[in-house]
Design a protein around this ligand. Structure first.
Ligand code: TYM
Length: 336
C-alpha cells in the first residue's frame, strides 16, 4: 500500500491556502487510498522568532483542525513531530549527506532569511537546515507520496535527492518520495497581494482567510480582494492574477474548472459574492467540528498519544537502518 506523509507547521493560524492546497485532499483522498501519516511539525516552528506558549497553543489548534477537516484516526495516523524522536535523530544523519550549497539555494530560506535581515533580526541556523529536517520527516516513514501545495515542492525534491544520494553511497535504505499537488488551488494567493502566497506566518490579515474566521469576516475579506484593472471576467494567471486567484478558490470550493467558471460571470462583484459564499460553505463543517473538538480536549490528546506510538514504531526500523548503513556502531544487545 502506498505510504503518504504530510504536515503542517504551527507558526500561525491555519488558512484557506492550507486547507485547499493540502488538508482537504488528505481527508478526502489520501487517508482513504493509502497508509497515511499527518503531522503537526512543531520542531519546524522553532526556526523563526517564536513565543513558546503560542507555539504550544497553535500546535493543539492545528491538531484539532486536522481532525475537524476530516482526518479520521481510524484511517490514518495523526501526531505531533516532537513526540517522535526519530525525526531529529534522522535529521542529523541527513545533514551529513546534504551540502551547504544545496541548503542556501532553497527559495523559502532565501526569502525568509532576507526578510529577517531586513527587519534587523538574526537568522537561526535551523532555518537553513529546515529542509533537512523536513526530508527526515518524509524519509523516516518510507514515504512514497507527499501531498503538498506547490510552495513545498522544492523541499520534497531535496528529500528525493538526499534519499538517492544516501542509497547510492551507503546502500539502499530509503524509499524515494515524490510530491503530489491538488489539481486546482495548489497555490492560493493573498487576496490583497495576488503576487504573494496566502501564508499563515505573514500576518497581513485582510488578505488571508483563516479557517476559523467567522462567516462575515470571510465575506468581507473576499469582497475586498484586490482584482485587476479590466472588466471582463477571464481566467489568466499571468495577466490577471487577482481574478485568477478568486476563480481558483471558487473552483476548488465548488468542484468546477476556473476557465469555465469565468464564462458564467460578467462582473467582478458577482464573482466575489459567489466565491465568498462558497468559502463560507466549505469552512462551515470544519468550524462546527472544531467547536465540538474544543469541548473535548481529552479526545484530541488521546488521538495524538496513540498516533505518536504508531508513528514511532513505523519510523524506528528505517532510522536504525540508516544509522547502521552510514557507519554508526549498533548499541550493545541491539539486533544486528
Ligand atoms: P505549511 O505549514 O506552510 O503548510 C502546510 C500545507 O499547506 C500548503 N499550503 C498551501 N497550499 C496552497 N496555497 C497556499 N497558499 C498554501 N499555504 C500552505 C503547503 O504546501 C503544505 O502542504 N514545510 C512544510 C511542513 C512540513 C512538511 C514536512 C510537509 C514539514 N515537514 C514533511 C510535508 C512533508 C510547511 O511549512 O507547510
Amino acid at each position: 500500500m502506498t505510504r503518504v506523509f504530510s504536515g503542517v507547521k504551527p507558526t500561525g493560524h491555519l488558512t484557506l491556502g492550507n486547507y485547499l492546497g493540502a488538508m482537504r485532499q488528505w481527508a478526502a483522498e489520501d487517508q482513504r487510498r493509502s497508509d497515511a501519516l499527518f503531522c503537526v511539525v512543531d520542531l519546524h516552528a522553532l526556526t523563526v522568532d517564536h513565543d513558546p506558549a503560542r507555539v504550544r497553543r497553535l500546535s493543539r489548534q492545528a491538531a484539532s483542525l486536522l481532525l475537524a477537516a476530516g482526518l479520521d484516526p481510524e484511517l490514518c495516523t495523526v501526531f505531533v513531530q516532537s513526540h517522535v524522536d526519530e525525526h531529529a535523530r534522522l535529521s542529523y544523519v541527513l545533514e551529513c549527506v546534504a551540502t551547504d550549497g544545496e541548503m542556501r539555494r532553497m527559495i523559502q530560506y532565501r526569502e525568509k532569511a532576507a526578510r529577517e535581515r531586513e527587519r534587523g533580526g538574526s537568522v537561526r541556523l535551523s532555518l537553513l537546515t529546515y529542509p533537512v529536517l523536513m526530508a527526515a520527516d518524509i524519509l523516516a516513514y518510507g514515504t512514497d507520496d507527499v501531498p503538498v501545495g506547490i510552495d513545498q515542492t522544492q523541499h520534497v525534491e531535496l528529500a528525493r535527492d538526499l534519499a538517492v544520494r544516501f542509497n547510492q553511497r551507503y546502500g539502499h535504505t530509503f524509499v524515494v518520495p515524490r510530491a503530489t499537488n491538488p489539481a486546482v488551488a495548489a497555490r492560493v494567493m493573498n487576496l490583497q497581494e495576488p503576487a504573494s502566497k496566502m501564508g499563515k506566518s505573514d500576518d497581513v490579515g485582510p488578505g488571508i482567510v483563516y479557517l476559523l474566521d467567522e462567516p462575515d469576516v470571510v465575506r468581507k475579506k473576499v469582497m475586498r480582494a484586490v482584482t485587476d484593472s479590466g472588466r471582463e471576467v477571464v481566467y489568466d494567471r499571468q495577466a490577471r492574477p487577482g481574478l485568477a486567484n478568486l476563480l481558483e478558490i471558487l473552483a476548488a470550493c465548488t468542484g468546477g474548472e476556473p476557465a469555465e467558471l469565468a464564462g458564467g460571470y460578467d462582473s467582478y462583484g458577482a464573482l466575489k459574492k459567489d466565491t465568498a459564499e462558497a468559502v463560507v460553505e466549505v469552512l462551515r463543517p470544519v468550524q462546527e467540528r472544531h467547536k465540538e473538538l474544543c469541548a473535548d480536549p481529552g479526545y484530541v490528546e488521546g488521538v495524538l498519544q496513540e498516533g505518536a506510538g504508531k508513528a514511532r514504531a513505523m519510523a524506528r526500523p528505517t532510522v536504525d537502518a540508516a544509522y547502521r548503513a552510514i557507519g554508526l556502531l549498533p548499541p550493545v544487545n541491539a539486533a544486528r
